[in-house]
Design a protein around this ligand. Structure first.
Ligand code: FAD
Length: 389
């Protein structure tokens, strides 16, 4: 019987020392004041070029990132592969807008495809379109605003980068996810993803768009995308997530006085997420999905759906995915039970991935003084190991 409560399986990849380190890390980041202060001090220290890289690398970076470059991720890739968990290398450098940085990001993504081709434990690659384009240009294209001659050329370069990456993924036979981002740049991302799917998903799913089910319109859009795939005779690749930008989305809608695109309640988001899983499971011959979630109920619901619909646990059209350093109780128990699991393994130079690390820390601060889920699971496993000695 699959259960996410089995901490022995959840932490089978961690030595006692690893567990202790994770315990102290999650304990520290459970304090709101610590994370707020840490954020300010880290940013100041980085600006002043103080030598804090070592501390970050030995603590939060070690918990949530694979390494500073692809080579350094080898240990994480092997550690996960021992437990039948795949790796999705995620180049997590954000907020760069110079042409040379956008080109460098494309080159780096293509390097992850080459790595995946050579290593069976990397089932997918991934990229963010904002790593390849300035926000401003995506925003204008998304709003259907007229582009200047220069901007038209700039957007042609963005399309070219996306096209080159997807072609490389297709030629290598490695499926690739296109992450979803803020709603005000998402139309441009969707259009690019749809063009790529129509081109490269003919004989098997290669390109996956991402659907954020916290948006009121995305369940409908998923169905619309599926109908287009059926009409166009290609596979729909769909990464299903709840969505990561809720506060920013609401704040912008409020400021610019348009209705928020985000569901009013968590329950509505949950209902749409689970309905999306159901819709995909019912059409699994033409849709390939990745359930990118740390939600236990949704993960278990997908397992139940697979059993009810006689979908083999190894069916390549269904993957479960979580982030490195989080929700190992879901990843490891699913993999042990024979389901397809892959974890996002973020990587990049320490100073460049600090915004990513701060977000992970913020996610794990305590709500109203309660012990967070990661921390309580670690505590449970520590107790189990102590009592079995
Ligand atoms: C492998 C993977 C890939 C991902 N890729 C992307 C991506 O491409 N784009 C992206 O945006 N995010 C992405 N995410 C993040 C994801 O969207 C969620 O923010 C995160 O996983 C938390 O949601 P959950 O399903 O894990 O769990 P839960 O903890 O059950 O859900 C939390 C989520 O519910 C929603 N929510 C919370 N409160 C409310 C509320 N009051 N009203 C409405 N909705 C609410 C929010 O989306 C919040 O993030 C990814 C996550 C994973 C694990």
């Amino acid at each position: 019987m699959l259960s996410f409560n089995n901490t022995e399986i959840s932490f089978s990849g961690k030595t006692n020392k690893d567990l202790k380190r994770s315990y102290w890390l999650f304990k520290l980041i459970s304090y709101n004041w610590f994370v707020s202060m840490g954020k300010v001090l880290t940013n100041i220290a980085l600006k002043l070029h103080l030598p804090i890289k070592g501390i970050i690398k030995a603590t939060v970076f070690k918990q949530f990132c694979g390494g500073e470059d692809i080579k350094e991720c080898d240990k994480s890739i092997k550690d996960l592969a021992r437990f039948n968990i795949g790796t999705i290398l995620d180049y997590s450098v954000e907020g760069k807008e110079a042409e040379k940085d956008l080109n460098a990001c494309a080159t780096e993504t293509i390097a992850t495809i080459a790595k995946a081709k050579a290593d069976k434990s990397i089932p997918f690659c991934v990229f963010k379109v904002t790593g390849l384009a300035r926000m401003h240009i995506l925003e204008k294209v998304s709003a259907n605003e007229e582009l200047t001659k220069e901007e038209q050329k700039e957007f042609a370069r963005v399309s070219h980068r996306v096209g080159t990456i997807c072609k490389a993924a297709h030629d290598a036979g490695i499926p690739i996810f296109i992450d979803a981002e803020h709603s005000w740049v998402q139309n441009a991302i969707d259009d690019l993803a749809n063009q790529m799917m129509a081109l490269y998903n003919i004989s098997k799913p290669i390109v996956y768009n991402t659907f954020q089910l916290y948006r009121k319109d995305r369940l409908g859009y998923l169905k619309h995308s599926f109908n287009n795939a059926v009409k166009g005779n290609y596979f729909l690749g769909a990464k299903l997530v709840r969505g990561a930008y809720m506060e920013k989305e609401r704040a912008r809608a409020n400021e610019k006085r348009y209705p928020s695109p985000i569901h009013e309640t968590k329950a509505e988001t949950d209902t749409d997420y689970d309905s999306a899983l159901l819709f995909c499971a019912e059409n699994i011959d033409r849709i390939a999905i990745c359930a990118g979630t740390h939600n236990e109920d949704s993960s278990m619901m997908l397992v139940d759906l697979m059993q009810k619909k006689n979908i083999n646990s190894q069916n390549k059209h269904i993957y479960f995915s979580q982030l490195l350093g989080m929700s190992d109780h879901i990843s490891f128990n699913l993999a042990e039970a024979g389901y397809n699991v892959a974890k996002y393994v973020p990587y990049g130079p320490v100073r460049e991935v600090v915004p990513y690390l701060i977000r992970r820390a913020q996610e794990n601060t305590s709500v109203k003084g309660q012990t967070g889920r990661e921390l309580s699971l670690i505590m449970k496993e520590k107790e189990r190991r102590n009592s079995s000695n």
